[in-house]
Design a protein around this ligand. Structure first.
Ligand code: SAM
Length: 288
């Protein structure tokens, strides 16, 4: 058996310094895995990107040697540059021979560039570096909305990337749009919604979804004092809706799955050969 650390670098096992990036989950303290918590407790230094100061305090109770990554967000500086500065800071500590942990809210590897990049560079330099999974906003979404991504399939995009590149949307499956609050931003400097850009986003989505199609604005609570947001609105009302940097848009399917008779024939099957169980799996259950 090769463990993660052994498998994580082009290993010069004598090289001091390591990096483990962990997710801390969304809900405060309760969604972290035992292994992630143990990495944090035993680290020489923990770089933290958590959603609020209460989470920062909780993390400091596990390990007082915290460097808060929020300091790298500078007004007006493109986030791409802020993220690069985070990576540089993390690697500086690894290179001094410390056992470094990057603690990122949610899943450290989901819509998060800095942890992947830090691990990539650390490994290329021969350090042990790997990631432990965490509970992401998407995981919370499936639980809170009662949606199973396996029912009709699921697509997920960063909203501006969907707008700016030629992706293919499948309106028969579930669509999850991350960073809907800053849809249409190309500068990476804004943290606020732009109503005009949201209206253009709605027009773009009209290729597949009617204006009256129901969509869900989802926000999972970070703190026990907060409640889950799952606002069902008509697509046409999206631009009027208050969106933030933590909003995720969920678009249920607009049409039924269609059988692919050609591929069924390749497998020597006809529609009638599909069991009622398989048919049942493609029925979307009403979400809460
Ligand atoms: C940079 S990504 C970070 C995602 C994070 N790594 C995770 O695992 O959930 C930020 C985006 O994640 C989603 N997100 C973050 N926090 C959320 C929350 N509490 N509820 C719903 N979506 C959230 C939003 O789409 C937001 O724009």
């Amino acid at each position: 058996m090769v463990n993660k650390a052994q498998n994580s670098a082009n290993l010069d096992s004598s090289k001091a310094g390591s990096l483990v990036c962990v997710g801390t989950g969304i809900a405060l303290a309760g969604q972290i895995t035992t292994i992630a918590k143990s990495h944090i407790e035993n680290a020489d230094v923990v770089f933290a990107a958590l959603p609020n100061s209460i989470a920062d305090q909780w993390l400091a109770s596990l390990n007082p040697n915290i460097i808060n990554l929020q300091q790298f967000y500078v007004d007006g500086m493109p986030r791409t540059e802020c993220y690069q500065n985070m990576v540089n800071a993390i690697l500086t500590e690894v290179r001094t021979g410390k056992n470094v942990v990057g603690a990122f809210y949610g899943h450290a590897g989901v819509f998060a560039w800095a942890p992947h990049e830090s691990i990539r560079i650390a490994r290329s330099e021969g350090y042990s570096a790997y990631m432990e999974p965490g509970i992401s906003a998407e995981d919370c979404l499936y639980a809170d909305l009662g949606i199973d991504p396996g029912t009709v399939g699921c697509q997920a995009f960063e909203t501006s990337q969907l707008l700016f590149y030629k992706h293919t949307v499948d309106p028969a499956s579930l669509l999850i749009l991350w960073q809907i609050g800053i849809a249409g931003d190309h500068t990476f400097t804004t943290y606020d919604s732009d109503i005009n850009k949201l209206e253009l986003t709605v027009q773009f989505l009209n290729q597949w979804y009617d204006n009256d199609h129901e969509v869900i604005v989802y926000e999972a609570p970070f703190l026990p004092t907060q409640t889950v947001r799952m606002d069902r609105i008509k697509l046409k009302d999206l631009a009027k809706c208050k969106l933030s940097m933590i909003s995720t848009l969920v678009i249920p399917p607009a049409k039924k799955l269609e059988l692919d008779h050609e591929t069924l024939a390749m497998f020597g099957l006809k529609a009638a050969d599909l069991t009622s169980h398989q048919e049942k799996r493609t029925e979307i259950t009403e979400v809460n």
